[in-house]
Design a binder for this molecule. Structure first.
Ligand code: FAD
Length: 630
């Protein structure tokens, strides 16, 4: 079969923040780089990011620094984070934000002209650099602009804009190809024509984002089917922390057609509060023991904090997302929810209308257009929505290299950085810090190779046959991809959702096995020319594989921590903090094994008070810590 073929030094799969920042780095190292993305260039989750990018620049409170950011990130992830990633992230995020300014980003300013920073859940100081509530748009615009400027340089040098960096948009990668243990390229198809395309490259950077489309209620859009997670697994890489899925506390709940669409945390960061049907600010009832010292226990103190954060504690509406999502879930369950099964988010009585419109323009527009609600006059109805996956490809922190030589991962598709729960704003910074590192890691790898790996034509043929399977279902039985997708989403929502139970997760695994069996018989009509049913059939394999990782790991972790809450194991167990659950492909399914967390470097441990460590560490570990006289 004749297949369109392109040769590059590096292929970046994904054109969100992580992919674009990685591509800038590989191109700047002189490597010929392809950026491949499933949707239009510029249409990625990164563009949807609202609240901001976390970086301890200290512009609004000069007490902020990387150590405080590191501490907040570890606390938010309940100490399960890969501490080296959290360290690199906290140290390098400010440089990445300032670098964006050199690329042309225009952030909102403080009165004295510095980049403004806003409050967000779990961040001790105002830390999120932002552009109203459209920060992701500015981030993507700026990175794209930088890429265009690099292309202009290449045109000046080689007479060809695409000499060293080319974007292949609306092109979905379905397989990674290998030469022995090492990556040698990627195979995919053009969404419009259905034609196959082959990228021959010794290094691939996965930057494919999240997995939210496996759940029924989600803030994620159609692209987020866990492709990168599944590609990595099938290539022999490992995934970690897959049991940790973030349910954002505030998604829209009404009308049904928009259920799940995000309501940014900035609403709470800027003063919005949560109330139940009785009008009570219920978050005061849900401050967990580990956070008691840092959160206000009265409305008066919480309200004073906005103007005088040094002498008051934070409002509990700004607890990490997992805590707020569970609290909302409980209020609704106990009958104090809103008419449509959420709670009320009130900013109307808290801020003047013009401030709301200035600081939250997208939210104002979104509610007006989609729900006919004027948020300057009425409360919003909100409830939890599947938002982000903490789990992802296990990578080496400094280089973003996976276990497979030549395969790198950055951004939401990578695991470890956020532990069991991500703080808001820490994703945009993660994308830039680790996008850059993945680019540098891949460049170093390619430059160090003595020979270029090759692609076998039989592997390419096999990839093409697999892609076309839904046109040739086994033994004539027929399954509809839309029906199967809907069953998968319902099962994940109901059985592996925000509150989990062993019995239900076992049932989920049975259902997933059944769906995997039925997926062999997926059938689509027509031909490969723009055929969304066929696209979904291909994506479904990824969703099924990744959902199995989530369910298996969640069943194995018999504790509650961060984004993973078990009704049957409601407490956080110090013994589990040291354990990572690692998923690898085994036959047609997934095998999960335990792996010990690397102990934190002593100088980082020293950043925490022993009383705090006692909340998370086992007695044995603490005696080791004391032995080192911390
Ligand atoms: P993405 O930006 O998700 O991009 C993934 C790319 O991969 C896309 O180009 C897609 O087309 C491509 N792709 C996927 N599969 C394939 C395939 N098989 N073949 C080819 N291409 C593929 N985080 C914050 O820090 N602050 C915020 O304020 C914030 N607000 C958010 C608001 C919303 C509504 C959402 C949904 C998320 C928000 N987040 C926020 C989270 C954050 O935006 C994402 O985690 C982050 O943008 C992910 O970036 P990424 O580069 O990893 O991937």
């Amino acid at each position: 079969m004749e297949i369109e073929r392109h040769e590059y030094d590096v292929v970046v799969i994904g054109a969100g923040g992580a992919g674009l920042r990685a591509a800038i780095e590989t191109r700047s190292a002189g490597l010929r780089t392809a950026v491949v993305c499933k949707s239009l260039f510029g249409k990625a989750h990164t563009v949807m990011a609202e609240g901001g990018i976390a970086a301890s620049m200290g512009n609004v409170n000069s007490r902020d620094d990387w150590q405080v950011h590191f501490r907040d990130t570890m606390r938010g992830g309940k100490f399960l984070n890969n501490w080296r990633m959290a360290e690199l992230h906290a140290r390098e995020a400010p440089q990445r934000v300032w670098e964006l300014e050199t690329y042309g980003a225009l952030f909102d300013r403080t009165p004295d002209g510095r980049i403004s920073q806003r409050n967000f859940g779990g961040h001790e100081y105002p830390r999120l650099a932002h552009v109203g509530d459209r920060t992701g748009l500015e981030l993507i615009r700026t990175l794209q602009q930088k890429i265009v400027s690099l292309q202009q340089e290449d045109h000046a040098e080689f007479g060809d804009y695409e000499a060293r960096i080319k974007v292949f948009q609306e092109c979905t990668v379905t397989e990674l190809l290998k030469d022995g243990p090492a990556v040698s390229g990627a195979f995919g198809y053009w969404r419009e024509s259905g034609r196959y395309v082959l990228f021959d490259a010794p290094a691939v950077i996965l930057a494919t984002g999240g997995i939210g489309k496996s759940f029924k209620v989600t803030s994620n859009s159609w692209e987020y089917t866990g492709d990168g997670h599944a590609l990595a697994l099938r290539a022999g890489a490992s995934l970690i922390n897959m049991e940790f899925v973030q349910f954002h506390p505030t998604g829209m709940v009404w009308p049904p057609s928009v259920k799940g669409i995000l309501v940014t945390e900035s609403v709470r960061g800027d003063g919005g509060v949560l109330r139940n049907s009785e009008g009570r600010r219920f978050m005061f009832d849900y401050i967990p023991e580990v956070f008691k010292d840092n959160y206000a226990d009265s409305e008066a103190e919480a309200d004073r904090w906005y103007d005088d954060p040094d002498n008051n504690r934070r409002p509990p509406e700004l607890l990490p997302r997992d805590e707020v999502a569970r609290a909302i879930n409980n209020e609704v369950k106990e009958g104090r929810g809103s008419e449509h099964g959420g709670v009320f988010l009130d900013v109307a009585t808290r801020l003047p209308a013009e401030t709301i419109i200035k600081r939250l323009p997208s939210m104002h527009h979104q509610f007006k257009e989609l729900a006919d609600v004027d948020i300057t006059a009425e409360s919003m109805e909100v409830g939890p929505t599947c938002h982000y996956v903490m789990g992802g490809v296990e990578v080496e922190p400094d280089t973003a290299a996976s276990r497979v030589p030549g395969l790198f991962a950055a951004g939401e598709v990578a695991g470890g950085m956020h532990g069991s729960n991500r703080l808001g704003g820490n994703s945009l910074s993660d994308l830039l810090v680790f996008g850059r590192r993945a680019g540098a890691g891949a460049a170093g790898y390619v430059q160090g190779l003595s020979a270029r790996p090759s692609i076998s034509s039989s592997d390419v043929d096999a990839a093409a046959v697999r892609a076309a399977d839904p046109f040739n279902p086994v033994d004539g039985r027929s399954e509809n991809p839309y029906a199967l997708h809907s069953e998968l989403q319902q099962a994940m929502n109901d059985l592996v959702g925000i509150i989990r139970r062993g019995e239900e997760m076992r049932e989920a695994l049975d259902r997933l096995r059944e769906l995997v069996g039925r997926a062999e018989h997926l059938e689509v009509e027509g031909n490969r020319q723009f055929n969304p049913g066929w696209h979904l059939a291909i994506d479904l394999r990824n969703m099924l594989l990744v959902s199995e990782c989530v369910a298996r790991a969640a069943l194995m972790r018999t504790e509650s921590r961060g984004g993973h809450t078990r009704d049957d194991h409601p407490t956080m167990e110090a013994g589990w903090r040291r354990k990572l659950l690692v998923c690898q492909q085994s036959g047609n399914g997934v095998e999960v094994t335990e792996q010990q967390q690397v102990p934190m470097r002593p100088d980082l441990l020293e950043l925490f008070k022993p009383e705090e460590l006692r909340k998370y560490y086992t007695e044995d570990e603490l005696s080791d810590v004391h032995a080192k006289e911390l």
